[in-house]
Design a protein around this ligand. Sequence first.
Ligand code: FAD
Length: 327
Amino acid sequence: MRTFDYSRADSAANAVRTASGTGQRLYLAGGTSLLDLVKLDVMQPDQLVDINRLALKQIEPLPDGRLRVGALVSNTDLARHPWVRLHYPVLSQALLAGASTQLRNKATTAGNIMQRVRCNYFRDGVSPCNKRQPGSGCAAIGGLNRSVHAVLGTSEHCIASHPSDMCVAVAAIGARVTVQGAAGSREIDFADFHLLPGDTPWQEHALQPHELITHLTLDAPLANSRSGYLKLRDRTSYQFALASSAVVLVLDGPRITQARIALGGVGTKPWRAREAEQALVGQPATLDSFTRVAQLAMQDAHAYENNAFKIPLGQQAIIRNLRDLTA
Ligand SMILES: Cc1cc2nc3c(=O)[nH]c(=O)nc-3n(C[C@H](O)[C@H](O)[C@H](O)COP(=O)(O)OP(=O)(O)OC[C@H]3O[C@@H](n4cnc5c(N)ncnc54)[C@H](O)[C@@H]3O)c2cc1C
């Protein structure tokens, strides 16, 4: 049995200081992802720094219309918050499409952003996996690569899809991540937070070692917008997305004047489809326009042996969501 130390932080500064010691030290939030991976021996921390007592559980509308969400706000509390349901339905729906009620009650906003991939070769602890063991290879390329593997943003070193639903909605809304390190705090644009695998798939995010996420600040909602999240999966509950879409739209009569589209299940990070968004602006809300932009969104997709179906499925996730929002 592997042992590790456990400590509880009582302030963000104290958490960062404790995490900056020797060995691998990790923050423990809801534990729904981390403790699984520790039990599987995929993550082998020397110390867990429990951050659950930090005062990071508030959801605060800001005077400029943005929404500031504490890192420890649970997925349930965020999904059910009246402001979120009213102004960011896409986020509420994405959160409620994830995991199970019990898991959402424990899972936190920062933990959701930081969750690791669900690739079976990453999680089995023994197969070649460049994320788990840099330089060992990628067993998913040429192996079973159907449900939790991407068709956008992959590299010859890793094809695992990003698993989060919440992050797809946040990508469409736009946000900034506030982090605290030993030298103070800084902000990271959410679009730059998750990294493409490229040649270094073990580098998954833009955090420096031991930086603590303290807040996520959502962009102000687009005036007169409507939004929705559509998740397509093997089972209708308790299952990761095969393909999903988060869409925010503003219409002027029959024409679309603003559009935000992000995709889940198909990309190696929460995938913002900017070219498709631009192509949609000025178009009438018709099946023809939706089909064209859906094709554009997936035009750079590269399929592997078992997941070619994700290309048309990703397109359908966009088309159906657009159709439902404009019906
Ligand atoms: C059976 C199952 C099904 C699931 N299904 C879905 C699904 O359908 N959709 C979906 O989106 N998700 C799903 N999830 C994943 C779930 O959303 C995540 O496990 C959860 O969001 C992680 O949050 P947590 O607070 O428990 O994080 P933890 O497990 O505590 O931490 C996860 C990672 O984040 C780091 N971390 C936590 N807080 C901070 C912080 N403030 N700053 C820096 N690093 C931090 C930890 O060190 C760790 O590396 C599922 C999980 C399970 C177990």
